[in-house]
Design a protein around this ligand. Structure first.
Ligand code: GLA
Length: 384
């Protein structure tokens, strides 16, 4: 993980090497870890993410030949190039589809074309929003260069449309909002229906706490299967209950009309998860010990495992080992079916808890996980 001051010249130099001219600037956007509020975003519910210190950097310059050129240092600098007119959902595909979708969203302003080089230290496919870091870094760059009237919430939409309509991943707005709207030292409370945000101070160090991310190294991708299935199940549950979205169900008693067991489980997760977000915000905003959010996080994991059914053996083992070794709470994060877990632990127990997870993984024959500590960091910004 590099600081802005270290990362900006690397991206700028690589851009110059690749394209033969200097970039007009370099922009950075972070990945995120969600403290609580999983799969609630496309149900008009509540979320509470923090931005990671890890970012994706985009070095960008406009062109005059009507072409879009996209390069990634992680792809060995390989170039994807096509005419602005040729941009269409699915073309280009792969990683380049994410920035291409953002360019496409502003194509009227970018008739001359644009070159983009990206570099990242956000773990890819780990449930930490590497895709939003990519789209949001490019969205902020392009808005600074050609659409300065766009505000941050417009950029959330621009980045979301790239992912939903261009790449074809049916996500909500959690990741893009976190990447663009989070501020250092705070978690971002977002009401996804009202689009209301509130910065919730989260000074873990002052409380002697660490938020440990455990990347299980098992991958997930949202463009296929499970994520879309869950989204459809939630919509079906809301339709059967006669409400616009599951957000409109205040408590589990409101689910009495659902006679399908699968739909009941899905809906129960959303209803209880929304309540957990509000509970965590209440604890963090009040005078209570922030450690008290731990059990709420673990309840969230149980709900994702048993009701939403998107956890994995690795994520379950991680939560079990971490809590067994004295963590205050732990849960899987992100879309599910692999990726990372987050663990709330006393600073002086963090090494022991991480070691307990590693030992458990070795015993189960799982690949060694990667762990790192998260400091709630700043949202997207220009860095050069
Ligand atoms: C993915 C999606 C988000 C959100 C989470 C689950 O990260 O991109 O929109 O639905 O899964 O909370």
């Amino acid at each position: 993980m590099r600081t802005d001051a270290e990362a900006a010249p690397i991206a700028a130099e690589a851009f110059t090497d690749r394209f033969g001219t200097a970039p007009e600037g370099v922009w950075a956007a972070p990945g995120r870890v969600n403290v609580i509020g999983e799969h609630t975003d496309y149900n008009d519910g509540f979320v509470l993410p923090v931005a990671l210190p890890h970012t994706t950097r985009a070095a960008v310059a406009r062109r005059t030949d009507g072409r879009v050129a996209l390069a990634s240092l992680q792809g060995g600098g390989a170039l994807v190039e096509l005419a602005v007119d040729e941009l269409t959902p699915g073309r280009p595909d792969g990683w380049a589809g994410y920035p291409a979708g953002v360019v496409e969203g502003l194509r009227d302003r970018l008739a001359g074309g644009v070159s983009v080089l990206v570099d990242t230290d956000v773990p890819v496919g780990a449930g930490l929003s590497s895709s939003a870091a990519l789209t949001c870094s490019v969205a902020l760059a392009l808005s600074d260069l050609v659409a300065p009237e766009l505000g941050r919430t417009d950029l959330v939409e621009l980045a979301r449309r790239s992912e939903n309509d261009f790449v074809g991943a049916p996500t909500g707005i959690l990741d893009q909002s976190a990447s663009l709207l989070c501020t250092a030292g705070n978690a971002l409370f977002l009401d996804t229906r009202e689009r209301r945000t509130d910065q919730v101070p989260l000074d873990l160090a002052a409380a002697g706490l660490e938020l440990l991310v455990v990347d299980t190294g098992t991958s997930h991708t949202h463009a296929d299967g499970g994520y879309g299935d869950r989204r459809r199940e939630c919509e079906e549950a809301a339709a059967r209950l006669g409400v616009p979205a599951l957000r409109d169900i205040a408590d589990v008693a409101g689910l009495a009309g659902l006679d399908d067991d699968v739909l009941l489980r899905r809906a129960r997760h959303i209803v209880t998860e929304n309540a957990r977000v509000l509970e965590v915000v209440r604890i963090l905003r009040g005078s209570a010990d922030p450690r008290d959010i731990g059990p709420v996080l673990t309840e969230g994991h149980v709900s994702l495992r048993d009701d939403f059914q998107i956890s994995t053996v690795e994520l379950d083992a991680c939560v079990d080992a971490a809590v067994g070794a004295g963590a205050h709470g732990a849960r899987m994060v992100g879309g599910g079916f692999g990726g990372s877990a987050v663990v709330l632990v006393d600073r002086d127990r963090a090494d022991a808890v991480a070691e307990a997870v590693r030992t458990r993984f070795a015993r189960e024959g799982f690949a060694a996980p990667r762990t790192f500590d998260v400091v709630p960091s700043a949202g997207a910004r220009r860095i050069a």
